[in-house]
Design a protein around this ligand. Structure first.
Ligand code: GLC
Length: 716
């Protein structure tokens, strides 16, 4: 009999329900309720896992209660939202996706895992892999952007990083964390971009867009999944039998732990599908949810549900077995104190991690527009650094910074001062991030009169994106637009930096700025990374992971839209377009400028046709026209010219970076298979259908820059 079977056989129903209950402490507040009395509940085996606690000493004190003072000595799971760093904070996920660099994505997760494990954490509620196409939704900041192919690559890299991949001990390694793929699913499709709102998506869109990143996480061996708060077509995800017990567990074969989101099981009552906690508990357990995070539905309602015959003891045992198995895979039964023991590693790692934070941050910066004013010239005499984000350390880290020290971040002012020691830098906020106080605008203008250049540091506060941070009007908050206008009116050359967790609606600003740079929330090394890019110490290579709308009225706008029978034609009234605005976005997915000019010279394929079980080698020749060395990202898109179901106008099938010296040529290669040409037929099963295709290579989804080649998918 295995250790787990022996434990199960020995456990009382109360001890079993205790293993299915997760309780928050108050080192961080990430939900509506925090309750005390945790030690007593551990001692009485009423909880089996904790969240929002870190610090080796405190964690080990609570773990000792669990493994020494309870009857069965079952260790605790310690969960935390380690999303983009633990102590050393990296760029937010949306920003780091702009690096289009899976090894770097994995490295930042590995670094975060080591630091969190040193603090006694055993499980992270990450990666967040919700495809997001609505900038009103604050959690777009936590996402890998708009495209499922990118989302799947991001999911794989993050799961490997957190869980130690095929490293020596994998999940059992004392520096690994159990990863939690979240939020399952279609959370990015909430109505009107309003957090926690319903999401009503078609089965097809679910399978084409929202599920693929989770399939990738499952294939990578992700240990846990967290259902989303929203309902999908009327069924709350926390009770969704079809998607949880069906697609996730049966179709994907996932037998890991499903942990509810914070208080989500009890919220089934507000969703209108449960009358009380017992019914809510029963619905979730039936759907396959093992752990109740903070709602009390399992601890207060599951026994009642059992007595009412709404659930069976076998169902409870199945959930407990999965929880105990995860604890065993993490090595917690063998040594519950392994994590938190090697504090030295994190101190040593901290220096490397700061270098990694800078490397990842500068690769996440996206130069959206530049008339040549960037890079800054080395003998720049006097710089006016204006705006509420110019010297704001607490804002540079962005949302979801639990153990991170907000004072640790280098500000834009500090970064530029270090990079331009001979430049006089005058720094004026001009106004606050939000609010309507205009009193500082005059001082900002006065400070700029004698400057050779103005750099405007505009954007959002860290709390304006992330959870519960939807914005109906995602432009520049407060009176920042007025500040910018006043500075533009001075007639000085002006560069605009945008600190934000989302694409901001800034078409007016873009029209007047000499250069426009998306700096997102870049983490601890924000200031140095931004200075590296602005001075040319690092040639920018970031590319947009989301389409940047010209106006909110275009949303949702994304490159893989389906064709219209009347595609937009400015010369033909009766076509799909607006009367008052172009249909094109302000900036396309994949857009981003470098300080050198890259050209795609040729696109070639070994064959002109591909079979269902065949492969296709694709080569793209790239040249760097100079003047500097740099890196570009090449995207490979597919367009099916005909299918039984109308397919998107562009499907992303690959992305790859290439570094080239000035005037050097190089080649990027892709290997496609017949699978890449498949689509989901009427039954939502993959179908390889003979027909004609176009392959496009581009440095973004802007069709003006495409190279193309015609292909045929052939039977047999
Ligand atoms: C929050 C978030 C989720 C997070 C959890 C624990 O409500 O929705 O992403 O992991 O609670 O903090």
């Amino acid at each position: 009999m295995t250790r787990i079977s022996k434990l199960l056989a020995a456990m009382t129903i109360e001890e079993k329900i205790g293993q299915l209950s997760m309780q928050a402490l108050d080192l961080a507040v990430t939900g509506p309720i925090v309750t005390g009395n945790v030690e007593e509940r551990i001692r009485s085996a009423r909880i089996g896992s904790l969240l929002n606690i870190w610090g080796a000493e405190q964690v080990q004190r609570l773990q000792r209660i669990a493994v020494e003072e309870t009857r069965l000595k079952i260790p605790l799971l310690i969960g935390l939202d380690v999303l983009h760093g633990h102590k050393m904070i990296f760029p937010i996920p949306l920003a780091e996706t702009a690096a289009f660099d899976p090894p770097l994505w994995e490295a930042s997760a590995r670094a975060a895992a080591k630091e969190a494990a040193d603090d006694g954490v055993t499980m992270t509620f990450a990666p967040m892999i919700d495809i997001a196409r609505d900038p009103r939704w604050g959690r777009i900041a936590e996402s890998p952007g708009e495209d499922p192919f990118v989302g799947a690559a991001y999911a794989r890299a993050k799961v490997r990083g957190f869980q130690g991949g095929n490293g020596p001990g994998g999940l059992a390694d004392a520096q690994s964390l159990a990863a939690t793929a979240k939020h399952f699913c279609a959370y990015g499709a909430v109505q009107a971009g309003c957090d926690y709102a319903p999401a009503d998506v078609s089965e097809r869109l679910l399978h084409e867009v929202y599920l693929p990143p989770f399939a990738a996480a499952m294939a990578e061996g992700c240990a846990a999944v967290m259902p989303a708060f929203n309902n999908v077509a009327g069924i709350p995800m926390t009770a969704h039998m079809g998607l949880l017990r069906g697609w996730l567990r049966q179709t994907q074969g996932f037998n890991g732990v499903i942990v509810s989101d914070y208080n989500a099981i009890a919220e089934l009552i507000r969703h209108g599908v449960a009358a009380d906690l017992a019914e809510a508990a029963a619905l979730s357990l039936h759907a396959g949810i093992d752990v109740d995070m903070m709602s009390g539905a399992y601890s207060e309602g599951l026994r009642l549900a059992l007595d009412r015959g709404l659930v069976t003891l076998e169902m409870i045992d199945e959930a407990v077995r999965r929880v105990l198995t995860l604890k065993e895979c993490l090595g917690l039964f063998d040594d519950p104190f392994a994590r938190g023991g090697a504090a030295v590693a994190s101190r040593e790692g901290r220096k490397e991690h700061r270098a990694l934070a800078r490397e990842l941050a500068r690769r996440s910066v996206v130069v959206l527009a530049n008339d040549g004013i960037l890079p800054l010239w080395p003998d720049l005499r006097r710089l006016a650094l204006i705006g509420p984000l110019a010297d704001a350390p607490a804002e540079m880290l962005g949302p979801w910074v639990l153990a991170g020290d907000r004072a640790q971040a280098t500000t834009i002012r500090e970064g530029l001062a270090a990079a331009l020691p001979h430049t006089e830098i005058i720094c004026e906020p001009g106004c606050s991030i939000a609010g309507d106080d205009r009193a500082g605008i005059a001082a900002a203008c006065d400070a700029s009169h004698s400057a050779d250049l103005v750099i405007l540091c505009l954007g959002e506060a860290a709390h304006m994106s992330g959870e519960a941070a939807s914005r109906a009007d995602p432009g520049l908050p407060g009176v920042q637009a007025e500040l910018a206008s006043a500075l533009f009116d001075l007639g000085k050359p002006a560069v605009v930096l945008l600190t934000s967790g989302r694409p901001l609606m800034i078409a007016d600003i873009a029209a007047r700025a000499r250069a426009l740079v998306a700096t997102w929330f870049l983490g601890a090394e924000a200031g140095h990374a931004i200075a590296d890019v602005l001075t040319g110490a690092f040639n920018p290579s970031g590319r947009l992971p989301v389409t940047w709308p010209r106006h909110l009225g275009q949303v949702p706008i994304f490159f893989s839209t389906r064709p219209s029978g009347r595609p937009a034609d400015p010369l033909d009234r009766y076509t799909s377009k607006y009367l008052d605005m172009p249909v094109e976005p302000l900036f396309y997915f994949g857009h981003g400028l470098s300080y050198c000019r890259f050209c795609l010279v040729s696109l070639s394929t070994g064959e002109t046709s591909v079979r269902a079980g065949g492969e296709l080698l694709v080569a793209v020749e790239v040249s760097n026209e100079g003047p500097a060395a740099g890196e570009t990202t090449v995207f490979l898109f597919l367009r099916a010219l005909k299918a039984r179901i109308a397919r998107p106008v562009l499907e992303l099938k690959g992305f790859a970076k290439i570094a080239l010296a000035a005037h050097e040529k190089g080649r990027v290669s892709f290997k496609l298979t017949g699978k890449d040409f498949c689509y989901l037929a009427g039954d939502l099963e993959p179908l390889f259908e003979p027909g004609e295709f176009l392959l496009f290579a581009g440095q973004s989804a802007d069709p003006k820059g495409f190279l193309s080649v015609k292909m045929r998918a052939v039977a047999g």
